[in-house]
Design a binder for this molecule. Structure first.
Ligand SMILES: *[C@@H]1O[C@H](CO)[C@@H](O)[C@H](O)[C@H]1NC(C)=O
Length: 216
């Protein structure tokens, strides 16, 4: 009930702001979109006091079997661990959602190249990837970055915590990415005995060949 009310009362404010800014949607906006579309790897960071934390720290997010996982640090090529995520932000086009929320996408295969949306499964709280028809009924955004643009955050009005990503050890040594939207450490979703480590998602910008040339 509280959530429903929150959304209803928030809409006029959001619309008002949107109208005010749409007036100056010009070059500024284009530059902003360009920055949003710069590709990055997602490297996780977590407290390294525990043995698990130390082992997971700096792991790079990879995509496999419709889900996001913590892969080895610094990988750039796909491997047994999965396809290395190369993410960027773009608006999620859905007439039911206005203004269009910022979505997060990644290429998910090379041949043919295919982009998918990164989203949070409503039932399982897993962070997954999929095409529009697969993702549209789930939490598809808004995705954002922190003020310093260093970290990826998920910012939904229903989220109890804005930054509540967890690596969960689904299989021995295999850590899958989840989002704790309710702030209850997945009480009714995952066994209490399953290891869970809170993680931050850091943007590690990919330098394109063109940018590398300019610097040289
Ligand atoms: C979207 O993905 C699902 C599941 O992988 C697949 O069954 C479906 O054909 C895809 N739809 C489109 C339009 O590509």
């Amino acid at each position: 009930m509280v959530i429903g009310l929150l959304i209803l009362t928030s809409i006029p404010t959001v619309t008002g702001v949107a109208q005010a800014v749409s007036a100056q949607k010009n070059k500024e906006q284009t530059d902003k979109d360009d920055r949003r579309m710069k590709k990055f790897h997602i490297d996780i960071r977590c407290g390294s006091e525990s043995a698990q934390g130390a082992a997971l720290n700096e792991g790079r997010i990879v995509l496999k079997a419709d889900r996001l996982w913590v892969g080895p640090p610094n990988v750039v090529e796909k491997g047994g661990y999965g396809y290395v995520a190369e993410a960027f932000y773009i608006e999620y086009p859905d007439p039911q959602r206005t203004p269009a929320p910022m979505g997060l996408v990644s290429q998910v295969q090379d041949d043919p190249p295919l982009l998918n949306w990164i989203y949070i499964d409503k039932k399982t709280m897993e962070v997954k990837y999929g095409n529009k028809s697969t993702s549209i009924d789930h939490y598809i955004g808004p995705w954002d970055w922190t003020e310093d643009e260093e970290q990826v955050v998920f910012d939904d009005m229903e989220a109890a915590f804005i930054n509540a990503f967890y690596a969960v050890e689904r299989l021995p040594g295999k850590w899958q990415l989840f989002f704790d939207m309710k702030g209850d450490l997945f009480a009714n979703l995952l066994p209490a005995s399953m290891k869970k480590v809170q993680v931050e998602l850091h943007r590690n910008m990919i330098v394109t060949a063109e940018e590398a040339d300019k610097k040289a």
